[in-house]
Unconditional design. Structure first.
Length: 119
């Protein structure tokens, strides 16, 4: 096992724990309401989903992608390929964490503005 693979694993663990923490915090605030998940560029809500789907879909997708990237990072490769794969893993982990945090924040703010939850 190479050190670059371990660094990539740690970055994914951090990103997944951030997403899990955000979902856990929002889980306690959202009870029996449909959570907004998708918005148009103008800000109109296009799609709402049950709490479990809304709060677990992005972290689950990120986890599955992290498993695939983990397997790919364990294949023998040259150093420059390993460095590129580490960079890809780091950037994709960060993107998923930011997207999930933004989605949760926006959904909670919208539900609070609608009076369906209290923050």
């Amino acid at each position: 096992m190479n050190i670059l693979g371990v660094i990539g694993d740690v970055l994914w663990l951090l990103a997944l724990s951030i997403m899990g923490g955000a979902s856990r915090m929002a889980w306690g605030k959202v009870k029996d309401v449909l959570v907004p998940m998708l918005w148009s560029p103008s800000g109109k809500t296009l799609w709402r989903a049950p709490r479990a789907v809304a709060l677990a879909s992005v972290p689950t997708l990120a986890f599955l992608l992290s498993l695939w990237l983990l397997v790919e990072s364990r294949r023998p490769a040259e150093l420059n390929v390993a460095i590129i794969l580490l960079c890809v893993r780091a950037i994709v982990a960060a993107i998923f964490a930011v997207v999930h945090l933004t989605q949760v924040r926006r959904a909670l703010n919208q539900l609070a503005a609608e009076g369906q939850i209290r923050l």
